[in-house]
Each structure stands twice: as C-alpha cells, then as structure tokens.
Write a protein that binds this ligand. Sequence first.
Ligand code: FES
Ligand code: FES
Length: 155
Amino acid sequence: MASFNLNINGKTQQVDVDPSTPILWVLRDHLDLLGTKYGCGIAQCGSCTIHVGGMAVRSCQLPVSAVGNQEITTIEGLSENGDHPVQQAWLEHDVYQCGYCQAGQIMSASALLKSNPNPTDEEIEGSMNGNICRCGTYTRIKKAIKTAAANSENA
Ligand code: FES
Ligand code: FES
C-alpha cells in the first residue's frame, strides 16, 4: 500500500492503494467515479478511456504509480453540465445505444478534437478505431465528431 495524491477533475484526491493498481479501479472502487467503464482490461476496447495530461489513455492499463501529478479528467469532469461540444453533438445525433462504450468514445473524441480541431474522416477513423462499440454506433459517432468540430469552429 502507498498513498497517492491525484489531481482528478480539478480536485486533489488522496488514495491509499497498491502502486500497481490500474487507475480505472482507483476511479471506480475508491472514488466512486463510475462513468469510466471496464470492458476488456487489456487496452483493446477503449471503454475505460480517460484523459491524462490532456491525452486519451486506457485507464485499465495505467498503474496509479505512473500518473504522478498529471491532470486526470474523467467523463464526470469533461464539462460542468454535460455540455461539452462533443456531448452536445452526441445528443444531437442520438449516438447512444446501450451506452456502455460511450464514455470512452466521448473521451477519445474530445481528446482528438483538442489536438486536431478539424479532423478528416480518415483522421477520425484512425483516432477512434481503438474504441469498440458492440452496438455499431460508428456512423453516428463520426457524424457527431464532425458536428462537434463544426460547432467548436463557429463558437
Ligand atoms: S477496459 Fe481498458 S481498453 Fe478495454
Ligand atoms: S452503444 Fe452499446 S457498446 Fe457502444
């Protein structure tokens, strides 16, 4: 066991855990942040995606000891009122089906638009292809990312 001070969604949170604990389980089991989902546990599905230092990261494979004082953002902290441009575009295009993968999809999409505000179709596909959706919402996801990009550009 070791003590870690983590910067999560703008707040410092102290946790006492084994240093090898994946940050996914710190979020879910210790901090009750249940929006980040467990899918595969081996960095293959993207459902556990969060931002660490502004980058999309698979939280199931990131030990808490590797995070240091980097800023962590989860789906709960992406926006105060659920009104991030990506979240608004998701609603506009009715992207959700069962919803299980969608927090990870939104975290990947928002990281993409932060680094590339106007991605091409190929760039969207390249960046999102590690996020699996068993419900097959890929077409709506791509449309929503393009809408979010356009809305952010016009804002
Ligand atoms: S649970 Fe992390 S990538 Fe699947
Ligand atoms: S919406 Fe069901 S897994 Fe993606």
